[in-house]
Design a binder for this molecule. Structure first.
Ligand code: NAD
Length: 334
């Protein structure tokens, strides 16, 4: 639904990103019914692009895009990207489809790997046929339990190749290698943002372990215990959705980013305990903080070095943690 907060936030994206590159383009968004994908669709339609979403609705929600169905510039295909067949040509493909949260990818490890491998191969072939720009949503999880903080793109990562998170981490790492191979072998225009924890309106709030920020908000608003895994000293860097979407769109349009991996995230590192306390403060809830055993291979710290992003597009994520959390809580209260 396009409520006041989302409408204001889309204006914010418009002030960060000039839409000219996207106007009149034919754009395919995989995973467009999901959190980040649906924000991209709102921006693109607003700028006069023709948008096709392909999504199997495994984790996405139709309510994120229902308001777009009446727009002649918008169409929706319910399909798995691994099976998606299409004779159309596109100018840009934004490949966002994935099981993105630990609860979801751990429950569907084979589908998760195949979406990254077969789904990405299919999108690369489609991009090749169309000579399209292809942006692939990669992740900070390609760094695993990083030993270099803030983490630059030159760091190769510390990933358990067969651990509980490997279906996601290694799937994304394989996809990155495949994208770079298509870039080298065929000169395809690929862009590979590594997204660090994004949040905001439309982020799913269910699940037991992943997506701590929206889960904490719902626990707080329901006066349930806020479940922190481990001692809460592990860190994440939370990037508000307007910044994440702006970074992805700026990279899509940027010539210097061809074939490049680029971190997209906020540089403010926050402990999970600090996050829980912040959400208690903003919601004014009386929930207790409950500590649960830390799952295996949970990364200890996560914070991006964004100097490459700044060098390429002359911009960096800047919505403060306080403002982003307040806006997200307000949206969940609507
Ligand atoms: N949200 C974050 O903080 C974050 C961080 C790093 C990377 N990413 C990446 O960004 C992308 C979007 O993440 P999100 O947070 O919006 O997740 P999301 O779960 O809200 O959206 C993913 C969408 O992909 C769809 N999907 C999944 N598998 C599919 C398949 N095989 N075929 C077709 N559709 C499929 C889902 O139904 C959903 O609509 C993902 O690729 C994710 O890995 C997100």
């Amino acid at each position: 639904m396009m409520d006041r907060i989302i409408l204001e936030d889309i204006e914010q994206i418009k002030s960060n990103v000039k839409g000219d590159f996207f106007a009149d383009k034919k754009i395919l968004v995989t995973g467009g019914a999901g959190f980040i994908g649906s924000w991209l669709c709102d921006f693109l339609i607003g700028f006069g692009a023709t948008v096709t979403v392909v999504d199997n609705l495994s984790t996405g929600r139709l309510k994120n895009i229902n308001h777009l169905f009446s727009n002649p510039l918008f169409s929706f295909v319910q399909s798995d990207v691994c099976m998606f067949e299409c004779d159309e040509r596109f100018d840009v493909i934004l490949h966002m489809a994935a099981h993105a949260s630990p609860d979801e990818y751990m429950a569907h490890p084979i589908e998760t790997l195949m979406t990254s491998a077969l789904g990405t191969k299919r999108m690369l072939e489609l991009a090749r046929k169309s000579d399209a720009t292809l942006l692939f949503a990669s992740t900070s999880e390609t760094y695993g339990d990083a030993e270099v903080i803030p983490t630059p793109e030159s760091y190769w990562g510390k990933v358990n190749p067969v651990g509980p998170r490997s279906c996601y981490d290694e799937g994304k790492r394989f996809a990155e290698a495949l994208l770079v191979a298509y870039h080298k072998q065929y000169g395809l225009d690929v862009k590979i943002p590594r997204i660090f924890n994004s949040y905001g309106p439309r982020l799913r709030e269910d699940g037991l372990y992943g997506r701590a920020l929206s889960r904490f908000i719902m626990q707080a608003l329901s006066e349930l215990p806020i479940t922190v895994y481990g001692d809460g000293k592990q860190t994440r860097s939370f990037c508000y959705i307007t910044d994440t979407a702006s970074g992805l769109l700026l990279l899509t349009a940027n010539q210097g980013a061809r074939g490049e991996m680029v971190n997209v995230g906020n540089t403010r590192e926050v402990t999970i305990l600090e996050l829980a306390r912040k959400i208690k403060e903003v919601t004014k809830c009386k929930s207790a903080i409950e500590f649960c055993p830390l799952p295996k291979d949970d990364p200890k710290r996560r914070c991006p070095d964004v100097s490459k992003l700044v060098g390429l597009v002359g911009w960096m994520p800047s919505v403060s943690f306080d403002v982003g959390v307040e806006r997200t809580v307000s949206w969940f209260k609507l």
